[in-house]
Design a protein around this ligand. Sequence first.
Ligand code: AP5
Length: 238
Amino acid sequence: MVEETSRSIGPVVLLGAPGAGKGTQAKRIAARYGIPHVSTGDLLRDHVQRGTTLGQQVREAMSRGELVSDHLVCDMVKDRLRQADCARGSVMDGFPRTVAQARWLDMFLERECGFFDKSMSSKGWLIVIQLAVDYNQLLHRLTGRRTCPSCGRIYNVHLQPLRVAGACDLDGSTLVIRDDDREEVIRERLAVYERQTQPVAEYYRRKGRLTTVDGDLAVDEVTNKVFCEIDRAAGGST
Ligand code: AP5
């Protein structure tokens, strides 16, 4: 149920390793606060599937579990954040993922939205929520992940029984396994996270914007904690 309709929310940045639950929680945040879910992974996969110029440029890096170049991702995010539905805020899943992307986002929000200027604080605020999950749990989650190609719902065959094996509980579509959810690619994605994305958490910690939630908890418990953090940040921003 959408509970909020007018006030600015976020942007909310979800930070966490592959499999930490960013996509799962981002969908719930989007539904509760009525803001769009901006997932750079979904946007890039859509380009690959449609065979656009960008899709052709990023296909190989993604299939190896490496990051796509900062400038390609930032240009794509800029186009997305300029769309009208992002005016009240957004929940960002998978971005920023390097310190260069985090710096770019600060600059973008400052220039285009007047963020970080105290006199304009009512325009919005940035909260970064890191979902912390144990390494072996991440491996287990990613090897069991299945996604519905029609409605986007995310499942896990190790952790949540399906009503009909291999089919979406909501619309019956055949569930798919992501190309980069093969074990050797998963290990590379986790290594890339340690190397290139952990420093982003440190970047936001130094700015006093980082909050950490225990992502090892059950999905609903994580959601409750995440909503509390957002509500607290929203309360403090007015
Ligand atoms: P992206 O699509 O962003 O993938 P990722 O970061 O690797 O994260 P995942 O989508 O794998 O995991 P998640 O945290 O969303 O977990 P989920 O909720 O699905 O990126 C893919 C690629 O695109 C990158 O490798 C890169 O090449 C490129 N890319 C994207 N953004 C980029 C950027 N900014 N810069 C450069 N390159 C970029 O959950 C996982 C599983 O766990 C599911 O089965 C779910 O049901 C289950 N689960 C979730 N929460 C829980 C819980 N609390 N308890 C039990 N199970 C749970």
